[in-house]
Design a protein around this ligand. Structure first.
Ligand code: TYD
Ligand code: MG
Length: 464
C-alpha cells in the first residue's frame, strides 16, 4: 500500500526537505518551512499507483511550419508594449505586485477592453465578491463590457464551468494564492496548493489556446506562498510597481518568452482607474526646479524606451564620524563607487560630507548609464552651483575614471531634444551616433575632463 508521507516545504522558494528546520537551506529564509502531506498527484509529484501504458506522441524536427504566435491586443498601448505587442494565445502570464498597488484594477480594465473588442473574456475573482467587482467596474465606467464574471476559488469548479462553453480568449484569475484544488491536501495559499492549482490552469490554457493571467501577491514575510514557484511555469512575468506616495504605477516585464524583458508601461492611478501615461519623461520631470544645485537630468533607457529622469543629490557638511550615505531609487554600492572615483581620480572630496541621493518620482534605476548624471548632481550640490537647466547627462563611469559608452545613445538624445533640452554630456565613444539629432553633444573621455568642463562653466556663469 502506498504510504502517505510527510514532507516539509519552504513557503518562500518551494524547496522540499525531509525534516523541519528553522531556516530554509535553499533560499536562506527563516521560518518558512511548513509540514505538508504528499499523497502523490499533482503537487507531490507522480503518484505511486501503477500507471496505464503511455500514449505515443509524434516526434518532429526543429524546422517546419509553425504558426506565428497570434496575439490579442488590448489597445491599451502601455499594456501591449509590456507584453511585447499583445497577449499571446495559449500563454500564461503572472502579474505580481504588492497588495493594493492596482493589479485588480489593471486587469478589470484589460478584461473590459478585450471584451469590448469582441474577445470572450472571463474574470474569476477569488478575493472579492461579485458585488465588489461590479461596483469597481461601475465606478470605472466599464459595466457595459461583456466580461463573464465569477467569484470562485476551487480549480475543479472553475474548470468545470469553463468546460461548459467554448474556451475564452482571455482568462483572469485573481489571485493565484486563493485558488485550491482537491487533488492535494495542503491548505490554500501553501506552495503545494499554489503550484498544483497553477499547473492545472496553465494546462487548460495551453490546451485551449486561452491566454491565462494569474495575479500573485508578493509578500515579504513568507506567510503566503510566494509566486516564485509559479514564475517557472508561466511564459511571462510582469511586476506592477509604484509607491504609495506617488500616483503612477510601472508595469515591468521581468520574464517574457514572447518579447523583450525590461520593457515598462507607465500608468497613473486616478479616480477613474489607471490611465496610460504616453509621455512618461514629461511626468517624471514635471515639477523640477531648474535653478537648484544638485539636480541633474539623466537621459535613461527603460527597455526600448528612452526616459528622462531627474537625479537629485544633497551634499551637506557632516557632524558624524562616519558620514551618512542614503540612496533612494539607485544602488548604494554604485554611489559609493562614484564617490570613490570622484575622490581618487578627480580630487573631489566627500569624506566630511553626508551624501543623499534621490531619483525623483520614486522610480528605480538599474542602469550604470546613470553614473555621469549622478556625478554631475553630486558635484553640483557640493559646489552649490546649479547645473544648466537645458542639459542632460548619460554615461557609465569605470573605476579608472574613464567614461564608457552606453547603448542607444541616439534614442536618448532624441528624447531629450523632444522635451526641449539643448545640450548633452555623453561618453566620447557615443559621439559618432549623434548625427540623427540636432542636439549639441559634448563627448567626454573621462571624469576629470567632465569636472573641468563643469567648473569652467560655473566660472563663466559667475562672471556674467
Ligand atoms: P487594487 O486594484 O484593488 O489593488 P490590488 O488588486 O493590487 O490589491 O487597487 C486598490 C487601490 O487602488 C486602492 O488603494 C484604491 C486605488 N484606486 C484608485 O485610486 N482609483 C480607482 O479608480 C480604483 C479602482 C482604485
Ligand atoms: Mg486585488
Amino acid at each position: 500500500m502506498a504510504r502517505r508521507s510527510l514532507q516539509f516545504v519552504c513557503q518562500s522558494c518551494g524547496a522540499v526537505t525531509g525534516k523541519w528546520t528553522g531556516r530554509c537551506e535553499s533560499c536562506g529564509e527563516w521560518n518558512t518551512i511548513v509540514e505538508e502531506q504528499t499523497g502523490g498527484g499533482v503537487g507531490g509529484g507522480p503518484g505511486k499507483a501503477p500507471r496505464s501504458k503511455g500514449r505515443v506522441v509524434p516526434l518532429v524536427g526543429l524546422s517546419g511550419e509553425t504558426q506565428e504566435a497570434p496575439r490579442i491586443q488590448s489597445k491599451m498601448a502601455e499594456l501591449d508594449r509590456v507584453t511585447g505587442g499583445g497577449f499571446v494565445r495559449g500563454s500564461a502570464l503572472l502579474v505580481g505586485g504588492d497588495p493594493g498597488i492596482g493589479k485588480s484594477t489593471l486587469l478589470i480594465q484589460a478584461a473590459a477592453a478585450l471584451a469590448n473588442l469582441g474577445y470572450p473574456t472571463v474574470y474569476i475573482s477569488g478575493e472579492e465578491a461579485v458585488g465588489q467587482v461590479r461596483l469597481r467596474a461601475e465606478r470605472l465606467g466599464l459595466s457595459g463590457a461583456p466580461v463573464a464574471l465569477a467569484a470562485e476559488t476551487s480549480v475543479e469548479d472553475i474548470l468545470a464551468t469553463l468546460e461548459t462553453g467554448p474556451p475564452p480568449a482571455l482568462l483572469i484569475l485573481d489571485s493565484i494564492q486563493t485558488l485550491w484544488t482537491d487533488q492535494v491536501d495542503s491548505p490554500p495559499g501553501t506552495v503545494t496548493q499554489v503550484r498544483a492549482s497553477a499547473q492545472a490552469m496553465v494546462r487548460y490554457a495551453k490546451k485551449n489556446g486561452t491566454t491565462l493571467v494569474l495575479v500573485g501577491h508578493v509578500t515579504k514575510d513568507g506567510q503566503i506562498a510566494g509566486p516564485r514557484v509559479v514564475e517557472h511555469m508561466v511564459d511571462a512575468v510582469l511586476y506592477f510597481e509604484g509607491d504609495g506616495a506617488h500616483q503612477y504605477r510601472i508595469l515591468r516585464s521581468v520574464k517574457n518568452r514572447f518579447g523583450a524583458t525590461d520593457e515598462i508601461g507607465v500608468f497613473e492611478m486616478t479616480g477613474r482607474g489607471l490611465e496610460e501615461v504616453a509621455n512618461p519623461s514629461a511626468l517624471f520631470l514635471g515639477d523640477r526646479t531648474t535653478n537648484a544645485p544638485g539636480s541633474a537630468v539623466f537621459a535613461g533607457l527603460e527597455g526600448s524606451r528612452p526616459l528622462l529622469i531627474e537625479i537629485q543629490a544633497l551634499v551637506a557638511q557632516s557632524s558624524l564620524g562616519t558620514p551618512r550615505r542614503a540612496v533612494i531609487g539607485w544602488d548604494s554600492a554604485r554611489l559609493s563607487m562614484i564617490l570613490a572615483v570622484l575622490e581618487a581620480r578627480c580630487g573631489v572630496r566627500f569624506s566630511q560630507h553626508d551624501v543623499y541621493l534621490n531619483v525623483a518620482g520614486g522610480l528605480k534605476i538599474n542602469e550604470p548609464g546613470a553614473d555621469l548624471a549622478v556625478a554631475a548632481a553630486l558635484v553640483s550640490s557640493l559646489s552649490g552651483l546649479a547645473l544648466p537647466a537645458n542639459c542632460v547627462y548619460f554615461g557609465e563611469i569605470s573605476l579608472s575614471g574613464a567614461i564608457r559608452p552606453v547603448a542607444q545613445a541616439p534614442a536618448r538624445l532624441k528624447e531629450a531634444r523632444k522635451l526641449g533640452f539643448e545640450q548633452a554630456f555623453c561618453p566620447l565613444g557615443n559621439l559618432k551616433d549623434r548625427s540623427a539629432t540636432e542636439l549639441s553633444a559634448i563627448g567626454l573621455p573621462e571624469l576629470g575632463d567632465f569636472i573641468a568642463k563643469l567648473s569652467a562653466r560655473a566660472g563663466a556663469s559667475a562672471q556674467d
